[in-house]
Design a protein around this ligand. Sequence first.
Ligand code: COA
Length: 641
Amino acid sequence: MPILEKAPQKTEAKATSTEEDHGLPKLPVPPLQQTLATYLRCMRHLIPEEQFRKSQAIVQRFGASGGLGETLQQKLLERQEKTVNWVSEYWLNDMYLNNRLALPVNSSPAIIFARQHFQDTNDQLRFAANLISGVLSYKALLDSHSIPTDCAKGQLSGQPLCMKQYYGLFSSYRLPGHTQDTLVAQKSSVMPEPEHIIVACCNQFFVLDVVINFRRLSEGDLFTQLRKIVKMASNEDERLPPIGLLTSDGRSEWAEARTVLMKDSTNRDSLDMIERCICLVCLDAPGGMELSQTNRALQLLHGGGCSKNGANRWYDKSLQFVVGRDGTCGVICEHSPFDGIVLVQCTEHLLKHMTKSSKKLVRADSVSELPAPRRLRWKCSPEIQGLLASSAEKLQCIVKNLDFIVYKFDSYGKTFIKKQKCSPDAFIQVALQLTFYRLHRRLVPTYESASIRRFQEGRVDNIRSATPEALSFVKAVTDHKASVPDAEKLLLLRNAIRAQTEYTVMAITGMAIDNHLLGLRELAREVCKEPPEMFTDETYLMSNQFILSTSQVPTTMDMFCCYGPVVPNGYGTCYNPQAESILFCISSFHGCRETSSTKFSEGVEASLLEMRDLCNLSLEAPGKPPATKEKAARLSQDHQS
Ligand code: COA
């Protein structure tokens, strides 16, 4: 494989070069023939031979000299000249804004903090006040452009990375649209910075001003204000309908409901306050479940539906910090403005701030003269009531459908893999391929996010981990009749890891194929009357169905990231490699009979153990069968029966 912001405060996020990008190169446009060859190579072993021959002919016509491919490539090169990043807008629309699916589970990832132990509501509110105080300090650092530039780690380490995503952390809002959403960003240069946070409590929304009389509230003041909010929220006579539920619906449905809401001026004012806030803080009621990592993650991913905390949310806002009475805490992130790595950096900064400042016991000010936070009011027509009932029902379906498990593999971690002189990430990716093959007897288009922040306004491209080399390895390991000698399996494993590492380098240097094909496809809309056969071909359509959607999100503190699958018959697999363990968050849908997150987690364990045994071959006594081999064979037989 070749190595490859809303009126008047908001204006639409625009692709202009920023000082955060200064000095970084522009994202390259890969050579056309290289991308086409790689595309065919990535798909050949995943489809029947006849389908491949048909698609190969289509690709040849597309890439022929003087053909459509060359015209589009030329246009892409011109676009590269004219824009800061030729793929940004196409990618944002394709990946997020055009997607009509509901945000919870389908799009919004979550970060789960270590479990907290709150003795009472005051403990919970002290934690929330401490967190908000951290948010305000961090935002001040961002506003003064004092966050140090990130540098690449791992493969090709040391290069500076684009910092633009950081500036979207607190200023972004995803406005629902009928056919496409809009990512809006506050522009501080036009109007003053937002100076309020929205606190959700008992499905009610409160405006918490964090700057009063030009003074930022202290942690003690924030605690006092949060206590007032909890008191107001507990007054059942004042309770308003759980409007936040509408934001958990499909994007077109929510856009429709928002149009209805907007007819009333009270609703318009409330929406405006939410859409211009710094972030949300959701004070959750106890989830009523055992506080395992899996259950805490579910509280963040979907809130347990409207009977639990599912309506105590506003999904359009980029950051929602959850502080649950039962100690379930974390962040839910609207993904369109930034990626997981930036979210983790921000979260770790906040948690470090909290550890440093939590030593002092903050007290409420009983004679506080601060004006009380305001409850947001809603006028709910019967039409809105009906839409709320429908949103509640759909959220319940999401809750019921999610098959999710957090699994910690603790037999080894990065240290062992590095000792084998292998890339830990590539090793884990090959283990995921082996797992999928073991359970489903085929490989499928796989997505692994690769950062392209080495380039101006770079976000991510895709590492297609279902390589032909991975297929050769997984077949050798699982075909017990062929009884491939272990030494050969080891060679095939090393070859699969090498191919995966090469693809990774290709992707992080801007030479992968997914963004490139997307760019050519989008430009074809301008050039061609009809969509070209290249992009309507079943192989191309299938190549974008990521049955296995994976991402490495490492953390240095006690927390983890998770998300849902991206297709109904797929798995979402987020992993967090540590020195001596690897944490996997595996998701799939109960609605699909072929998938099972529990079986996938068992498969991951078997694969990683089997791969360790292969690596340890030279250390094994001759003739002694590795213990884990039999276990792996049993697992695949169980699943198939
Ligand atoms: N021998 C020994 N050590 C090796 C090695 C080898 N052959 N190859 C790599 N290593 C080491 C690296 O030096 C690195 O060391 P460190 O722990 O001291 O930093 C470590 O192993 C990890 O490297 P590796 O496993 O290869 O992965 P990586 O850190 O380069 O990550 C990606 C690979 C693709 C995950 C990364 O480039 C990336 O793009 N991350 C962003 C993912 C993302 O966007 N996630 C969120 C999406 S919302």
